[in-house]
Design a protein. Structure first.
Length: 91
């Protein structure tokens, strides 16, 4: 069963520790990140997400990113990712 984690606001350096803790608490579970209310997706949180996606792939659990708004999509693209490639844990 997937658990949707509804993210909000800025996922910047100040949010990274809490974001990491949220993902670590769900280790071994299917995770869906709902980014509908995210206004910024910073590099450190992208790294955290990438690590969680790789861990999910190793554990054969689902890791998805949904509802990414256009400004966040531009931010991810500028770092070389799409929501799909980030969720796959690929660089």
């Amino acid at each position: 069963m997937s658990e949707t984690l509804a993210l909000t606001g800025k996922l910047d350096v100040t949010a990274a520790a809490a974001f990491h803790a949220e993902l670590t608490a769900r280790k071994g579970q299917d995770i869906v990140l709902d980014c509908e209310k995210v206004t910024l997706f910073g590099a450190l949180c992208v790294q955290t997400c990438l690590a969680a996606a790789r861990e999910a792939r190793q554990q054969q659990t689902r890791f998805d990113i949904i509802n990414v708004c256009d400004p966040v999509l531009v931010q991810l693209t500028s770092m070389g990712f799409t929501p799909e490639t980030l969720a796959e844990g690929n660089i």
